[in-house]
Ligand binder design. Structure first.
Ligand SMILES: CC(C)(COP(=O)(O)OP(=O)(O)OC[C@H]1O[C@@H](n2cnc3c(N)ncnc32)[C@H](O)[C@@H]1OP(=O)(O)O)[C@@H](O)C(=O)NCCC(=O)NCCS
Length: 346
């Protein structure tokens, strides 16, 4: 084990002289993890100063060697309000040259040691078959959940065909009694009763397959939903949503949102897509996503559209297949008992 010093805590506990190295490592981690161009360094500089939303806590750590080089980092997040109060999620990164020397284990050990006592579970994900997954398998053989990452190369889409299909899908939805409304910047309250809209967001989030994760349902209030969106906007995220509205009741019944970060304009990140169960089977999921595809082609500089869904979510995979998405990678999620990880690291 090389001689390593760990700095751990909140922003003020990480000496300023290491910040730029830390941002560069965060960028490297994203590039290695996702396999495409990460956001510019300004994204990480800006992200550093954005406060977390109410009810969410985070601890950060960096590992510095004897030459004052930052060779690894970690962070761990958990809820202090709402639900899942016994759970935490971590990420670790160690520069490739310094791996297999115990640095990752050391960062994790110190972060877990500093967690509040109420936290009984720790979880993390990693790209399948990567060093990260092998590291996690040290604590448990089998993952609890698997997220499939899917990508579409927007240069392969033919604008004329997409225009036609988006129009056809919109008309089909209309014929079944639904109209599709575009919402920019997450400004849902301009178009809908916000309580109503957030109720469907809550339903969509809680309805996503969790496979073997022990997650509790989320309790999404208007205030919490706004706080999440505001924070993402501060991080550079621009939102465009298409919402399906039921004509008879005038209520939103589903939506699809994508975001583009101003620090990473070539990648569109698909956010949620969901239709509430009573209104499924009407082609609305495909209809809202087609409007997104058309908008991406006509109004953005994005080259890739990155989306993901649970390995078990067959309907979403079918929609994504129609839209030309190809499987990019898979990211298993591991959930551990805290005491088992503590024992194995001690
Ligand atoms: C995950 C990561 C942080 C591990 O850092 P590290 O400093 O190499 O980890 P350690 O040296 O403490 O490894 C501890 C043990 O994990 C297992 N392990 C780690 N990497 C492994 C690999 N590539 N293959 C097989 N086992 C591995 C081994 O059991 C290892 O002990 P050993 O070297 O004595 O056999 C590093 O691989 C990384 O940065 N990966 C990219 C980011 C990532 O995927 N993070 C996922 C976790 S959130």
């Amino acid at each position: 084990m090389p001689s390593i010093q760990i700095y751990i805590g909140q922003n003020e506990d990480i000496p300023e002289k290491f910040h730029e190295q830390f941002f560069a490592l965060r960028q490297l981690c994203d590039e290695e993890w996702n396999g495409f161009l990460p956001p510019s360094l300004d994204y990480y500089r800006n992200f550093w100063i954005i406060p977390r939303e109410k009810g969410s806590a985070k601890m950060k750590a960096i590992a510095v060697n004897e030459k004052n080089l930052v060779v690894g980092f970690g962070y761990i997040i958990w809820n202090t309000m709402y639900e899942n109060l016994d759970k935490s999620w971590f990420r670790l990164y160690v520069t490739p040259k310094e791996r297999r020397k115990g640095v990752g284990s050391r960062i994790l050990k110190e972060m877990i040691r500093a967690l509040p006592n109420e936290i009984k579970k720790v979880g993390a994900d990693a790209p399948k078959h990567s060093p990260g997954e092998h590291f996690l398998q040290k604590f448990k053989e089998k993952h609890s959940y698997e997220e499939i990452i899917i990508i579409v190369d927007l240069e392969e889409a033919v604008l004329k065909d997409v225009e036609q299909e988006a129009k056809k899908q919109r008309e089909l939805a209309l014929s079944k009694g639904y109209r599709i409304v575009r919402v920019d910047d997450g400004d849902y309250k301009f178009h809908f009763d916000e309580e109503e809209f957030v109720k469907i967001v809550e339903q969509v989030w809680n309805d996503m397959p969790r496979e073997n994760l022990t997650e509790e349902d989320m309790n999404i209030t208007v205030e919490r939903h706004q706080a999440i969106i505001e924070r993402n906007k501060k991080a550079g995220q621009e939102y465009i949503s298409f919402v399906a509205v039921h004509d008879d009741t005038e209520k939103p019944v589903g939506y699809s949102t994508f975001t583009i970060n101003k620090y990473q304009p070539s990648i569109a990140w698909q956010d949620d897509t969901g239709i509430v169960p009573e209104h499924r089977g009407n082609g609305l999921g495909l209809a809202v996503k087609y409007q997104s595809l058309l908008t991406l082609l006509k109004e953005t500089k994005a080259r890739y559209w990155r989306t993901s869904s649970a390995q078990s979510n067959k309907y979403m995979h079918r929609i994504n297949e129609i839209l030309g998405h190809k499987i990019w990678q898979s990211e298993p999620v591991y959930e551990f008992e805290r005491r088992i990880v503590e024992d194995l690291l001690s």
